[in-house]
Design a protein around this ligand. Structure first.
Ligand SMILES: [Zn+2]
Length: 223
């Protein structure tokens, strides 16, 4: 939902949320464009609604992007522009917490950039990045891509890299990691300023406790 509140990254498992995913023309959040946006609404751990639309990016889709997601120029020719699709997406999400894989460094950058350009405001929804969650919960895995996690949990990866399929995989993975995260959090101290976990860090003057959401939160404490 658009507003003036600032979104906050959370490291939490919750029962109500919206998982979302984007497909794009490439990996640059400066010059690339969205070609598909999908989302799944979950209430009390159960899927209650879905949202998915292709998007006309107003440019041609590079071959290397089509090869990943299978989305071609003809498929998006009559699709809505992102100005419209993004508004529909934000109406779908309301003020629910957003969940997604690598959204902190990727998907949300596209959303914020375009919401700012189209409406002059950005959505203030808090969010959980399942990549960050996986790095904490599944330390035995070397790689934490969404497909790696799905494979680990025996979740089907069929149709990966189309946004709605990725949302379904991501939702299943989030539910699997939820109990592990809750268990881990019990043994960890949380930041008094923002509620994220504290991590042991090393600086110029030795070790200290620092907030895991640095640089968003700069809380530190001596060990
Ligand atoms: Zn903090």
């Amino acid at each position: 939902m658009l507003g003036n509140s600032k979104s906050r990254q959370r490291l939490e498992y919750m029962k109500d949320y919206v998982v979302f995913d984007l497909e794009t023309t490439g990996t640059s959040c400066y010059k690339d464009r969205v070609v598909e946006i999908s989302a799944i609404k979950v209430n009390d751990k159960k899927v209650t609604d879905e949202f998915s639309t292709l998007v006309n990016p107003e440019c041609s889709i590079p071959f290397y992007a089509s090869r990943v997601n299978g989305i071609t120029d003809d498929m998006v020719e009559d699709a809505p522009l992102f100005r419209t699709a993004l508004k529909d997406f934000l109406n779908f999400t309301g003020d629910m917490v957003l969940v997604g894989h690598n959204i902190h460094s990727f998907d949300l950058k596209f959303i914020y950039r375009d919401a700012e350009a189209y409406y002059g405001k950005i959505p203030g929804n808090d969010y959980v990045d399942t990549l960050r969650m996986a790095r904490m919960c599944l330390t035995e895995l070397r790689h934490h891509s969404l497909s790696d996690l799905a494979t680990y949990y025996n979740i089907s990866t069929e149709g990966a890299h189309r946004a709605l399929n990725d949302c379904r995989m991501n939702q299943a993975v989030y539910e699997k990691m939820g109990p592990i995260l809750q268990e881990r959090l019990k043994h960890m101290e949380t930041c008094p300023k923002c509620g994220n976990i504290l991590m042991r860090r090393t600086g110029k003057f030795g070790e200290f406790w620092g907030c895991s959401s640095y640089p968003d939160c700069r809380y530190t404490r001596n060990i």
